[in-house]
Ligand binder design. Sequence first.
Ligand code: NAD
Length: 374
Amino acid sequence: MTREKLNIAIVGLGFGKEFIPIYQKHPNTHMYAICQRTKEKLDAVGDQYKVAKRYQHFEDLIQDPNVDAVHINSPIHLHAPQSVAALKAGKHVACTVPAATTVEECRQIVNAANVARRNYMMMETAIYTREFLFVREMRNNGKLGRIQFMRGSHQQEMAGWPGYWEGLPPMHYATHAVGPCLAIVRGEAEYVCCFGSGRIEDRLVANYGSPFAVETALFKVRNQQLAFEVTRSLFETARQYRESFDVYGDKTAFEWGQIENEPPIVHVGEKPERVQVPDYAHLLPEPIQRFTTKGVYDDEHAHLSFIQGGGHGGSHPHLVHEFVSSIVAGRPSFPDVYQSVNWTSAGICAHESAMQEGRRIALPDYHSEAAGSH
Ligand SMILES: NC(=O)c1ccc[n+]([C@@H]2O[C@H](COP(=O)([O-])OP(=O)(O)OC[C@H]3O[C@@H](n4cnc5c(N)ncnc54)[C@H](O)[C@@H]3O)[C@@H](O)[C@H]2O)c1
C-alpha cells in the first residue's frame, strides 16, 4: 500500500535539517516527523519548520506505522545500525554518506533491504551536482565519446568538526570522490591498491589507529576495461577545500577547477576551454526547483559543509526527488543498495590496503553473496 503522499521522517538535524523544506514542498511527500536526541534542539527545529511529530528516540520513531521512509543524517557510526533497523521495521531508507564503516555492516544493509523489499539509497551529493549532471549530459549525448579514465579527489580540513571526525581514516569518507567516478560509468569497484602518505599528530592517530595524512588509491572497475584514481586528505595537509572529479573520454575530457569558483575545463581533443556549468533545476518538479540555489543555501542558515562544500552543487533537491520517485515508481534508486555499499566499501577496502602497504584488496561482490543466500 502506498499513500498518496509518502510520510517522511528525518533523523539527525545538523546537516539533516537542510532537507526539511525540500520534503515540505515535494509534491509526493509529507514532511511528517523529525528525530534527534536533545529535546531543546528538536523543539527549536520543529518550531522553526512547523513539524509537529517529534521523536527523541530513533527506536520509537521506526515503530510509528505512519512513517513510510526515513532519511538518516546522524553521525557516521550510526548510519548502518539505524539503516538496518529502519529497513527491518519496513521503512524505505535514505542515508547520508558513508553507508557504513565496515564491509560486514554493508552486508547487513543489503540483506535487510532485500528481505524487507524496501528501497535503500545512499544520499551521495557528488553525483547530483551541476558538474556531475553536466558530464552525465555529455556522456548521454555522445560528446564525451568512449570513457577512458576517471579521477576523484576530496581534500578537506576537518579540525573543529564534531569529535567523531578526529583522526577518521581518510578513505572511510571517500564516497564524494569515488561516487562520481563510478556513477559516470554506472559501475562498481572490483579491487583496490591504496597507499598512505604523510602522518598526522599522535593525538589524532589514537582515535582510529589511522596514521596517514593522505590516502591515494587506484581502483579497477568490475567488468569494464577501466581504472580510476582517488585521493583523500582530512587533516594537516595544506589546501583549499576541494571535492572534484575528472573524466577523460576519447573525444572530450572534463576537468574540475583548481580552486573554488574557478570554472571547470572541457578539453575537446587537445583544445581546452573553460565552461560555465548550467543549473539543472528544470529536471525537478516545479515546487522544489528553487532549492538548487535558494531556500536552504542562504548565508544565515547554511550548514558548515555548505560553506566548505560549495553548496554541494545544488544536489539536495535532486537527491530527494530521486529517492522519492524511485519509491513511487517501485524501481531501484540511483544509487541503489548495491551501488551504495560498493562505493562505501571502495573506501573501506582502500584504507585496509593502505594499512598493508598497498596490498591489493578485493571488494566483496554483494550481488553474488545475495544470490548465494537465496
Ligand atoms: N555532502 C554530504 O553528503 C554531507 C555533508 C555534511 C554532513 N554529511 C553527513 O551527515 C552526517 C551528520 O553530519 P552533521 O555535521 O550534521 O553531524 P552532527 O554530529 O553535527 O549532527 C548529528 C545529528 O544527529 C543527531 N543524533 C546523534 N545521535 C542520534 C541518535 N542516536 N538518534 C537520533 N539522532 C541522533 C544529533 O543530535 C545531531 O542532530 C554525518 O555523518 C556526515 O557524514 C554529509
